[in-house]
Design a protein around this ligand. Structure first.
Ligand SMILES: Nc1ncnc2c1ncn2[C@@H]1O[C@H](COP(=O)(O)OP(=O)(O)OP(=O)(O)O)[C@@H](O)[C@H]1O
Ligand SMILES: [Mg+2]
Length: 329
């Protein structure tokens, strides 16, 4: 299968901690996920969740303890060489370049390492610099040490693209970037996916990822918490719609009981205004059911609805519901 398949991957780190003492960290406790070909899949989770560990396993830089993983159909353990030929990796956007060389020179160097002839290496370096916008910014001939973080991120992506790989593994490619640069990098990633590339991108920021990912896996402490496309994720987390409505006339809280006979309500608040009543409630019903029930109430109970706003939960709400408020940025 094209794309990425991760099946029950486990990885434990054992590191020395002083004399005879060992520190054992189960970084991945049996993670599975699938990324369809040409899809942007986001792997989200708080610090230490195991995101980078999984990326490194897919990139053949680390061996899993057990489980299987395939990239574009190749086994990351048994066919590591083939996997390396189909992937482009960004592991740390601020590392891996010679600071006194220009972006162009750095890329020519890496292209030569990849086995391109000098002429091909120069052509390829120019192509990827154009692709990531550094050529246009006229930054390609400047020494790397003068690059802004945004330019460094672009150069990292350019390096990942040198061999024109069908699969990109991007570990926090927008880490530390300002809002504008992060947006530009996201746009670049979206464009790369449109060309048919499969992208696995990690991050902690749901708000950022929501805009580009077609499917998402949230992991925490080495386990998958939830996975699916954005709307499946919201549904799986049992997130409720927030309904705000205003009814003509002043009503007592008993009105909520009446509403409940039409639609299941989880949490509700009622607030008398001048000559109307504001009611806010949460419901597990769908948007269509909400609208239908409100219309029924309108005619059956003879309530005059002045206002109706149905709000969907955002993926950020979903993320916070799963990993807790403290982790969201
Ligand atoms: N080389 C290593 N040796 C020992 N423990 C490690 C090593 N690398 C990672 N760990 C531990 O494994 C766990 C998962 O780390 P990992 O880097 O995969 O998390 P992450 O989700 O990428 O976190 P972050 O958001 O901070 O980048 C953490 O507890 C981390 O301390
Ligand atoms: Mg990490």
């Amino acid at each position: 299968m094209k794309g990425i398949v991760v099946d029950s991957i486990k990885k434990t780190y054992i590191s020395k901690e002083g004399f005879r003492k060992k520190r054992v960290v189960e970084a991945l406790k049996g993670v599975s996920l699938t990324v369809g070909s040409g899809e942007i899949h986001a792997l989200l989770g708080p610090n230490g969740a195991g995101k980078s560990t999984l990326v490194k396993i897919l990139a053949t830089l680390l061996l899993p303890d057990s489980g299987r993983a395939y990239v574009d159909g190749y086994d990351v353990v048994r066919e590591a060489e083939k996997v390396r030929r189909v992937i482009g990796i960004v592991l740390d956007v601020s590392k891996g370049f010679y600071t006194s060389l220009s972006g162009y020179e750095n890329l020519v160097f890496y292209a030569l390492l990849k086995g391109y002839s000098y002429q091909e290496a120069r052509r390829r370096a120019k192509e990827v610099l154009e692709l990531v916008g550094l050529y246009e910014m006229n930054a390609h001939n400047r020494p790397y040490y003068t690059y802004s973080l945004g330019m460094r991120a672009r150069l990292s992506i350019a390096k990942a693209l040198l061999t024109n790989p069908p699969v990109l593994l991007l570990d926090e490619p927008t880490l530390g970037l300002d809002v504008e640069s992060a947006k530009a990098v996201r746009k670049l990633i979206t464009d790369l996916a449109k060309e048919g590339r499969t992208v696995l991108i990690t991050g902690h920021n749901m708000h950022e990822i929501e805009q580009i990912a077609s499917s998402i896996t949230i992991i925490d402490s080495g386990r998958v918490i939830v996975s699916g496309n954005p709307s499946e994720l919201k549904a799986k987390l049992g997130l409720m719609l927030k309904v705000s409505t205003r009814i003509e006339g002043l009503h007592t809280p008993q009105i909520l009981e009446k509403i409940k006979s039409f639609i299941p309500i989880e949490k509700a608040s009622i607030e008398p205004l001048d000559s109307s009543t504001k009611i806010v409630f949460y419901t597990k019903a769908s948007r269509e059911e909400v609208v239908q029930s409100i219309m029924q109430m309108h005619s059956t109970l003879d309530l005059k609805i002045l206002d109706l706003v149905v709000e969907e939960p955002t993926l950020e709400d979903a993320y916070i519901a799963v990993v807790g408020e403290g982790h969201g940025h």
